[in-house]
Write a protein that binds this ligand. Structure first.
Ligand code: SF4
Length: 226
C-alpha cells in the first residue's frame, strides 16, 4: 500500500482544465499550525512499516511550497518516494532522496519540451494525460524523451461539473495508437503502460492530508481512526 502525502492547499497557478482536485474539500493546515506534531505523525507512519511507497502530491502543485517538500522529503529519507509535479523547473530542489520523479503533461507543447526537464539518477516517469492534443501520437513518431517510465493516463471525471464538461469535449476517445505504442516498447528498457481507471486503486493507498490525519481515499472526508 502507498501513502499519498498531500501538500497543504494553495491556489494552484497552473489552472489545468482537467484538474482532478477541482471541487474537492479543503482541509486545515497542520503543517503551518503544528509543524512538529504534523511531521512527527508522518514519521510515526513511516516507522510503522504499513506503507511500501510514498507519493508526494496534493490538491495543488506540491512544489509551490518548497519548505514543505524539503521537510517531508527529510522525514521520508530512505523510503521509496515519488514526487508528482507539473513544475518543469525544479532548480534548487534537493531531489537526491527521491526514487521516482513524475512529471505530468497535458499537451503536445509539454511533450516536445519534456526531454529537457530535469531528471534524477533513479526513475524518471512522464505521465501523459490523454487529451485530444495527443491524437497525433503514433507508434512511429512516439519517443520516450529520455524517460524510463511512461504512463498514458485516461482522463477521469472529477467532483466538479464544469471540469467534467471540459473532459467530455477534450479527452482522447480512441486509444488504438496508444496501445500500438505500448506494443512497440514491449520488452524494451522503457516501461510503458496505460492507466484507464484510477478508481481501481481502491485499497491500494491511503492519504495523509494537510490536517495531519489519514484517510482511506481521496473521496472520503472522515479520517481513519487508529
Ligand atoms: S497542477 Fe495539479 S493541482 Fe494545479 S491545476 Fe494542474 S492538476 Fe490541478
Amino acid at each position: 500500500m502507498n501513502l499519498q502525502v498531500c501538500m497543504p492547499y494553495e491556489k494552484c497557478p497552473f489552472k489545468c482544465d482537467m484538474c482532478i482536485a477541482n471541487g474537492r474539500s479543503r482541509y486545515a493546515n497542520a503543517y503551518e499550525t503544528e509543524k512538529e506534531q504534523y511531521l512527527a505523525t508522518l514519521k510515526k507512519a513511516v516507522d510503522s512499516g504499513l506503507y511500501d511507497d510514498y507519493i508526494i502530491t496534493g490538491d495543488s502543485e506540491p512544489t509551490l511550497n518548497s519548505h514543505w517538500v524539503k521537510d517531508v522529503l527529510n522525514v521520508l529519507q530512505g523510503q521509496n518516494t515519488e514526487l508528482q509535479t507539473r513544475n518543469y523547473n525544479l532548480k534548487g530542489f534537493n531531489l537526491k532522496h527521491l526514487r521516482t520523479l513524475n512529471y505530468s503533461i497535458t499537451d503536445s507543447k509539454g511533450y516536445l519540451k519534456s526531454w529537457k526537464f530535469r531528471k534524477i539518477d533513479n526513475n524518471n516517469r512522464l505521465v501523459i494525460l490523454l487529451t485530444k492534443d495527443f491524437d497525433f501520437l503514433t507508434s512511429k513518431n512516439f519517443d520516450n524523451m529520455g524517460y524510463n517510465q511512461i504512463t498514458f493516463k485516461v482522463l477521469q471525471e472529477t467532483a466538479d461539473l464544469k471540469t467534467n464538461e471540459w473532459i467530455k469535449e477534450n479527452a482522447m476517445t480512441n486509444f488504438d495508437n496508444i496501445y500500438q505504442i505500448i506494443e512497440r516498447y514491449n520488452g524494451s528498457e522503457t516501461s510503458i503502460r496505460i492507466d484507464t481507471n484510477c478508481q481501481d486503486s481502491h485499497g491500494r493507498y491511503e492519504v495523509f492530508r494537510s490536517d495531519g490525519q489519514f484517510y482511506e481515499n481521496w473521496e472520503t472526508e472522515k479520517p481513519i481512526e487508529r
